[in-house]
Design a protein around this ligand. Structure first.
Ligand SMILES: Nc1ncnc2c1ncn2[C@@H]1O[C@H](COP(=O)(O)OP(=O)(O)OP(=O)(O)O)[C@@H](O)[C@H]1O
Ligand SMILES: [Mg+2]
Length: 311
């Protein structure tokens, strides 16, 4: 129990050889070849497309390895980005770090606390923002936020002022603050979710695509909040995003996931040095395309080698 405060220099997050598998209904190979299965609209579709390496389980069932022997360490005050195609395991990783899922193999620790053994202490250190944020939809943003703040021991008055300040910076109209959440647009609800996370100044902030649905100005403001939380409150931040420019701008280091594995991990500058120049300075997008694109092509070639006679 004393582990968390015993040393300041211990890593903020340690993900050690973690594996997370899911059992999903399997889809016959001939269905996978249908053009409408190529776009991967549902989780099952993504699974069928090979997002997350899979192995056959019982009849009608398939095991998807969403996180496949992943290891990394995040230092205190680091802004660590996780990039990867749809279904590569980013959200699963965030759920493991936030105690919502239990790893099948390996260990996850937050400031020395094991997420399985010390679930409650870990929960107190972290906040998570995700697209599936849950709210009492009939209640207003104000009611939802003050309720959340009270759970963290913040006084109503302080929390109310802070919530108003944050929402104002994110560009939410004053009168929306007291309207029922169900009347808000997706982007507006996302702003409330972000406000809830920043309200209590967590030690570790896990942001799963925080900018989904946000307009460009609000996106910039979220980046400013992230930096402030680190600079002023010494927070450690792990963020997943599909915005390569954002990752390049705010992340100290970036891990690129593909099929549940980390295929590259370094500073954005070092990653960019790894890719060939095609007449222009490489961007993080070039790195992403090179690493995940080539892997996809190899996979398709393998599949063609394995099952030609069935087609
Ligand atoms: N609860 C679940 N049950 C079954 N399979 C799941 C579950 N959650 C995730 N998966 C599968 O695990 C793999 C990784 O999913 P995950 O949501 O972690 O991907 P992601 O990288 O966050 O993708 P995206 O960019 O679309 O958000 C996918 O194949 C997905 O279908
Ligand atoms: Mg996700």
């Amino acid at each position: 129990m004393m582990e968390a405060s015993s040393t300041h220099q211990q890593p903020a997050l340690i993900v050690n050889d973690v594996v997370k598998r899911f059992n999903v209904a399997s889809i016959p190979w001939w269905k996978r070849l249908r053009p409408d299965h190529q776009n991967g609209h549902s989780s099952d579709d993504q699974a069928a497309n090979g997002s997350g390496s899979s192995l056959k389980a019982k009849r009608g069932k398939e095991i998807i390895t969403a996180v496949d022997h992943v290891s990394f360490t995040v230092q205190p005050r680091e802004i660590f980005g996780v990039l990867g195609p749809n279904g590569s395991g980013k959200s699963t990783l965030i759920r493991l770090l936030s105690t919502l899922l239990i790893p099948d193999e390996g260990t996850v620790t937050v400031f020395g606390l094991d997420v399985v053994k010390h679930e409650m202490q870990v929960k107190r250190l972290i906040n998570r923002v995700s697209v599936e944020a849950s709210f009492f939809k009939k209640l207003s943003a104000q009611e939802n936020l003050l309720y959340g703040a009270r759970l963290y021991g913040l006084s109503g008055k302080v929390a109310d002022q802070k919530a108003r300040d944050i929402l104002k910076r994110l560009g939410l109209r004053e009168n929306s603050y007291t309207e029922p959440m169900e009347e808000m647009s997706r982007g507006m609800q996302q702003k409330v979710a972000i406000t809830r996370a920043f309200l209590t100044e967590p030690t570790v902030l896990l942001l799963d695509e925080p900018n989904t649905g946000l307009d460009p100005r609000s996106k910039m403001e979220v980046q400013t909040f992230v930096r402030e939380l680190r600079d002023v409150h010494n927070a450690t931040i792990l963020i997943t995003t599909h915005d390569m420019y954002e990752a390049d701008t705010i992340c100290d280091r970036v891990a690129i996931m593909h099929d549940g594995k980390i295929v590259a991990m370094d500073t954005p500058a070092a990653l960019k040095q790894q890719v060939k120049r095609n007449g222009h300075e490489p961007t993080l997008e070039d790195v992403f395309m090179t690493l995940t694109g080539e892997a996809l092509i190899e996979k398709e070639a393998d599949a063609a080698d394995l099952e030609p006679e069935k087609v």
